[in-house]
Design a protein. Structure first.
Length: 357
């Protein structure tokens, strides 16, 4: 439908929605750089009893929460929706102030994605502004640019989330090169699966991290998979090694298993991030994605970068895990380079990286 029109003007406010997995999030971002508001409603409690994200439960919860989250984000930015609580009241407040409405279009759970996409398209239509569909993985890359506007580029970014583990060279907004990634399980997926196996609950990353605090990371010498093999990573074998070890040695305390497993994952990630930085002569190394909330990874990466004289930037934990501010930033630059996304575009659950322009 809509084709590339004039780019966003100065002071352009983007209202962004993120509903790709188990966080319902909305944010208002100015000029792709300044976060005016960011609201995240986590569904962790809803899914914990099932030991993982249940797609139908996620979609329904997004639907129940999206309006309240959206309203809070608009209010936080000083743009309340006038009278939306009174049935039939016209949408009028943010109209004229919001320059574009964005939503994550993939990768993610289709039923979850569609909630954010439908809401964003409806608002874009009602307000007569462009709709922008955003690649969730591209969104994660903006964590560092949003929190460190002076980030020295190029940056080597380690993006480690529940579904993806990628090493990306970033030269600036919209300019990326994929350097490597997982050939099987993502780092977060490995944390989640091992935590489930050890009976530590969901989400697995924080559960493993907590258990590891009481354990000895040197207790079990798990292999460091694919350490010397380019910039690809693999965590499936490590996960199997944990299972075999626990079966063979049921007496080993769970915190020791958790700490040793975490140490192996962190070793591999730090090693690969530094290898990527050397390869592209990066001026900074950054983290992104939910696994970047891991304190051990953050510490070890910072230490390793300091040893090599590399600048490291670690975005706040809130910016590393799923949020809509990163989607708003990505949307602004996508709108500038590619124009609006056609309203006929749908969800792309298996969308890859890098995003095509
Ligand atoms: O980026 P994210 O919030 O959602 C996706 O896009 O997938 O990442 C979620 C993943 C989950 O696998 C979760 O276990 C992991 O990030 N995670 C962590 C930690 N916090 C979240 N992994 C290790 N340590 C943590 N502290
Ligand atoms: Zn994510």
């Amino acid at each position: 439908m809509s084709a590339a029109g004039p780019g966003p003007g100065p002071g352009c406010l983007v209202l962004a929605l993120e509903t790709s997995c188990d966080e319902t999030a909305a944010a208002v971002v100015a000029d792709g750089r300044e976060v005016l508001s960011s609201v995240v409603s986590s569904q962790v409690d809803l899914h914990a009893r099932y030991g993982g994200v249940v797609p139908e439960v996620a979609g329904r919860a997004h639907l129940e929460r999206i309006l309240a989250v959206l309203e809070e984000a608009l209010e936080g930015a000083g743009l309340p929706l006038p009278g939306h609580r009174s049935p039939g009241a016209a949408l009028g407040g943010p109209a004229g102030a919001i320059g574009a409405v964005a939503a994550t279009v993939g990768p993610g759970l289709v039923g979850a994605l569609l909630v954010g996409i439908s809401a964003a398209k409806s608002l874009a239509l009602a307000w007569g502004v462009p709709f922008v569909g955003v690649n969730h993985l591209e969104g994660h890359l903006y964590a560092s640019l949003l929190e460190e506007p002076g980030l020295e580029l190029p940056a080597a970014v380690l993006l480690a989330s529940g579904g993806h583990t990628l090493l990306v060279e970033m030269d600036g907004p919209g300019s990326y090169r994929l350097l490597g990634g997982t050939v099987d399980d993502a780092a977060g997926e490995a944390f989640d699966k091992v935590a489930r196996y050890l009976g530590l609950g969901y989400p697995g990353g924080p559960a493993i991290e907590r258990a590891a605090l009481e354990g000895d990371a040197a207790a079990i010498a798990f292999t460091r998979p694919m350490l010397e093999r380019g910039l690809d990573v693999s965590f499936s074998g490590l996960k199997t090694a944990v299972v075999h070890h626990v079966r063979a040695h049921p007496e080993v305390p769970t915190p020791d298993v958790a700490a040793s497993f975490q140490a192996a994952v962190v070793d591999v990630l730090v090693h690969k991030a530094l290898a990527a930085a050397r390869l592209v002569r990066a001026r900074s190394v950054c983290l992104a994605g939910g696994v970047a909330a891991n304190a051990s990874l953050r510490e070890r990466l910072a230490d390793a970068c300091a040893l090599e004289g590399l600048h490291v930037f670690l975005p706040s934990r809130a910016m590393c895990t799923d949020n809509a501010a990163m989607i708003g930033a990505a949307a602004y630059f996508r709108l500038r380079s590619d124009g609006p996304t056609p309203l006929g575009a749908g969800a792309e659950p298996t969308m890859g990286f890098p995003p095509a322009s």
